[in-house]
Structure formats: structure tokens, C-alpha cells
Write a protein that binds this ligand. Structure first.
Ligand code: GTS
Length: 215
């Protein structure tokens, strides 16, 4: 398998964690696409992924899977029993919902903050910025952290009783928060305790050992 990737990016990290959880890391050839140079916005790359984002899994020369959720669903079905995306209809539904919620309320919000209210990937890549929108998304991510803290006060994992793709999405949010130096609110004790527990997993620890990107 070939994955177009940026080794220190929070979204690619989600797929790397999923690969490690599924014992598939050694089956993958990682092809770096330099975000700081805007390589993800070239016509050549856009032909692979219209959205111009990473990661992208190349299935063959015509089929490319983008979107971390879609890639994780694919990987989870590839190797043994699904362990990240649920087995029963109920588990699948809840995990999908909580993954989407992690994206909308935290990870994507931090990403928008990064691209709009900070220098982001620099003027050659960030062709349109709206600082007010970015700052609103920062507030949204803060509210999202409080929401997930409340969730984790009642259950051990983001989608219930077991580790899943939804936990990986929130971990992506933590990785992005560290890059933009966005502190996790001190009062979110359940969220911080959960994150400490997540770092005990080899898949997560390995990914967090990678230094965040520098301009
Ligand atoms: N919804 C997409 C997914 O889930 O895969 C979002 C992917 C995404 O935003 N990836 C980032 C990207 O390509 C990579 S990173 O920020 O995590 O390194 N960003 C570049 C850009 O210009 O948006």
C-alpha cells in the first residue's frame, strides 16, 4: 500500500495510529508530500485527491482513498476482525457519530484556527485567511474539549467502553493543539486523564514521539 503523507501532520497521524493498531505499518510505503511547499495543491496531487489534503491511500493507479475516516474503515476491514470501527450496528453508528463529532467540534476547528488565525502554512499556501473565522473556531474547539471532558467523565473511551477510531480522532485534536500551542483547559481533568491513558498505547506513543512540524 502507498500512503501520501506528511509525517508530523495531525491527520496523517490518525492513519498511522490506525495502521499501528492493525499491525499494518510495515505493509505501507509512505510518500511525503511537503505541505509547507504547497505540494498538496498542485494539479498532479489534486488529481489524486480533489480536496488537496493528506493523507491519501493509493489502492491502485485509479483509486485513491482520502479522508481519515474512510481510510480507517478500509484498514479496519482489511486485517482481521474490525477493532476500530465497531462490530455491531450500534457500535458502528456510535463510533461514526463520535468520530465526526471529534472532527467538527475539535480537530477541524483547531485546523481552521491554524489556517486562518495564525500564519498557517505561509503566504504561498494560505491564499485566503479570515482571522475572525479562525478565532471563532478556536473558541469552538475549546467548547469541544469541554464536551469531550463531560463524555469521558461517564465512560472510559470517546465512543463508549472500547478504544476506537473516535479516540484516534480526538488524539489528532491533541496533536494539532500541541502544534498551535493551544492548551487543554486545566479543568478538563477527565480529558487529560484519558489522554495520559491513550499515551500508554504503543501506537499512540510512537506517533507522539515525532517532533511537531516547524516552518
Ligand atoms: N477531512 C480530511 C481528513 O480527514 O483526511 C482533512 C485532512 C487534512 O486537513 N489534512 C491536513 C492537510 O492536508 C494534513 S495535516 O495538517 O494534518 O498535516 N492540510 C493542508 C491544507 O492546506 O489544508
Amino acid at each position: 500500500m502507498k500512503i501520501y503523507d506528511w509525517p508530523t501532520g495531525p491527520y496523517p497521524a490518525r492513519v498511522r495510529i490506525a495502521l499501528a493498531e492493525k499491525n499494518l505499518l510495515s505493509d505501507v510505503e509512505f510518500v511525503p508530500i511537503n505541505l509547507w511547499k504547497g505540494e498538496h495543491k498542485t494539479p498532479h496531487f489534486l488529481a489524486k485527491n480533489y480536496s488537496g489534503t493528506l493523507p491519501v491511500l493509493e489502492l491502485d493507479h485509479e483509486t485513491y482513498l482520502a479522508e481519515c475516516t474512510a481510510i480507517t474503515v478500509y484498514l479496519d476491514a482489511l486485517n482481521g476482525e474490525p477493532t476500530l470501527t465497531g462490530q455491531t450496528p450500534r457500535e458502528k453508528g456510535v463510533i461514526h457519530m463520535m468520530t465526526k463529532r471529534a472532527e467538527i467540534e475539535m480537530l477541524d476547528a483547531i485546523s481552521v484556527y491554524f489556517h486562518h488565525a495564525t500564519p498557517g502554512l505561509g503566504p504561498d499556501v494560505e491564499l485566503y485567511q479570515n482571522q475572525e473565522w479562525g478565532l471563532r473556531q478556536r473558541d469552538k474547539a475549546l467548547r469541544g474539549m469541554h464536551y469531550f471532558d463531560a463524555v469521558l467523565r461517564k465512560q472510559p473511551f470517546i465512543a463508549g467502553e472500547a478504544f476506537s477510531m473516535a479516540d484516534i480522532a480526538v488524539i489528532g485534536g491533541f496533536i494539532f493543539a500541541a502544534i498551535v500551542e493551544f492548551p487543554i483547559p486545566q479543568e478538563c481533568v477527565a480529558l487529560s486523564t484519558w489522554f495520559a491513558r491513550m499515551q500508554e498505547r504503543p501506537s499512540v506513543r510512537k506517533q507522539l514521539a515525532i517532533v511537531p512540524p516547524k516552518h
